[in-house]
Design a protein around this ligand. Structure first.
Ligand code: FAD
Length: 466
């Protein structure tokens, strides 16, 4: 959609129509409002509207259409590809719509479209309840859930999108719809892991489960010499572990950040991170094998409040640093895959980068493949390659490392990737088709029905059609 010039009168009328602020270039808040988590992203929207409620969202969608503006929707602003903002368009910013209402009897939570997982955990844990989120509490509920949602409770209770009861959405024609298994069913199917791009979600209704307030956790780091052996042991552990256990492995080098002994800096390390959804006593027992693989460098494991565990990685991903992440669903976790993980982890240009393997399975596979649009249920593991670095002079070398690593690791994958770790969506439509397989055509049909003019095309990268 082409950029159009909008006269002041129209913008002033728009400001009168909505309760939230309309921010434009030159305003004091403009730079703050266009900034997202990833410091690689530097976009200049024509206007940003900080919606206060559904009425503002409906008016914003109408305004975009009337003025031929393309739209970016901002939830938590944590998409690695920076798709919450755009050049020359309208950003519909939901960061002031973060309320969460819990119904403890029904065990449900209604969550506004701009909430973060910290907002959800805060309200739900007051009742000893939780729904699966991600592993960093500052990420947005919206982007994470629309792409699937792989977090600390995935093997016990499935993906975030598997726990959706219903979704409230404003579509491109300005209608406000509810989608659920009984109402606008196909739209609901597409919103469960299909990536969004079908409208602005104003509210999510989630199912809740009894979790915590204390849970047993594992966060243990092992040193260089036996990294391959530890990864092998991890693979065997995952096969035997009860579904209440959810873990991931993370291989990288020891950064020089004052956290480790100087003689270990730049050595390889492997970490295991996870928790048990159930009694802390059972959890301590179930997680113990991962803590007893050898002499650790550090072991931060133990029983702790679930909400605290949800925040345990928050400081490792500060706002404004530079990030480039990609992913592949793995067919398995073979010896050769372990060799290559070891190799790539050791060659990362930045000591803050890691090669991660997330176990899948468990409750994720309790949902039939065609029950939701989510594309990764077939895979036993997800490979995530994270380049995290500080200096913009090193952008190219870090991006190249991730791309080379992904190209090499494709030998262990069918080429499908997790929508929420997308790089900058290189590959566009072809990559989406590989990833979604038979669901792709159905997603395209939904897009044609609900957003025929492509108002929300920016949602998953400029080349993407879903
Ligand atoms: P935004 O950038 O605001 O939005 C992401 C996309 O969704 C954009 O295209 C946007 O237009 C669209 N969108 C946002 N809000 C709405 C809405 N209300 N209605 C319609 N469309 C909307 N993923 C996991 O699965 N598990 C993890 O453990 C995990 N950990 C992460 C940790 C960090 C530090 C980061 C940065 C990301 C992590 N992710 C994880 C990936 C995360 O799921 C994606 O980055 C996700 O897009 C973030 O959602 P958001 O709402 O914060 O992002």
């Amino acid at each position: 959609m082409a950029h159009s010039t909008i006269d002041d009168e129209r913008i002033e009328q728009f400001q009168t129509d909505v309760h939230g602020d309309v921010i434009r270039p030159g305003d004091a808040e403009y730079d703050d409002a266009r900034t997202v988590w990833n410091g690689m992203i530097d976009k200049y929207p024509t206007l940003i509207v900080r919606c206060r409620g559904t009425a503002d969202v409906i008016r914003a969608v109408e305004f975009a259409r009337e003025n031929d503006l393309r739209v970016a929707v901002r939830g938590g602003g944590h998409n690695v590809a920076g798709t919450a903002v755009c050049d020359d368009g309208l950003v519909i910013d939901l960061s002031e719509m973060r309320d969460v209402w819990v119904d403890p009897d029904e065990r449900t939570a209604w969550v506004q479209g701009g909430a973060t997982w910290a907002d959800v955990d805060h309200e739900t844990q007051a009742f000893g309840l939780a729904t699966p989120g991600g592993v960093v509490s500052k990420t947005g509920v919206a982007g994470l859930t629309l792409g699937g949602g792989i977090g600390h409770l995935r093997c016990a209770y499935g993906l975030s999108c598997d726990n959706l009861r219903s979704v409230d959405i404003v579509t491109a024609d300005g209608r406000h719809l509810t989608a659920s298994a009984d109402e606008n069913e196909v739209l609901f199917w597409g919103l469960c892991g299909g990536g969004g791009g079908l409208g602005v979600v104003t509210g999510f209704e989630f199912e809740l489960h009894p979790v915590g307030p204390e849970v047993a956790t594992c966060f243990v780091l092992y040193p260089e010499e036996r990294v391959a052996e530890y990864l092998r042991a991890y693979r065997e552990y995952v096969l035997e572990a009860p579904d209440g256990v959810t873990t991931l492995s993370s291989t990288g080098v020891m950064p020089d950040e004052g956290l480790f002994p100087v003689d270990m800096v730049d050595d390889l390390k492997v970490g295991f991170l996870g928790c048990y959804a159930g009694s802390p006593e059972d959890g301590e027992e179930a997680l113990a094998p991962l803590r007893e693989l050898g002499e650790p460098i550090a072991d931060f494991s133990g029983t702790m409040p679930y909400a605290e565990f949800q925040r345990i990685l928050d400081d490792d991903y500060p706002d404004g640093m530079r990030y480039y992440w990609k992913s592949l669903y793995l067919d398995g976790f073979t010896e050769s895959a372990i060799d290559r993980i070891r190799y790539w982890a050791g060659t990362a240009p930045s000591p803050l980068s890691t090669v991660d393997v997330w176990e899948l399975g468990g409750a994720i596979t309790d949902v039939d493949f065609d029950e939701s649009a989510f594309a990764g249920r077939h895979a036993p593991f997800l490979l995530g390659i994270e380049a995290n670095w500080k200096d913009s002079a090193n952008d190219d070398i870090n991006v190249e490392w991730v791309r080379d690593c992904i190209a090499d690791m494709r030998q262990f994958s069918d080429g499908s990737f997790y929508l929420n770790f997308p790089g900058f969506f290189e590959g566009g439509e072809a990559a989406m088709e590989t990833t979604f397989g038979p669901a792709y055509e159905r997603l395209i049909a939904l897009k044609d029905e609900y957003d025929p003019e492509g108002l929300f095309d920016l949602n998953r990268g400029a080349n993407s059609t879903v």
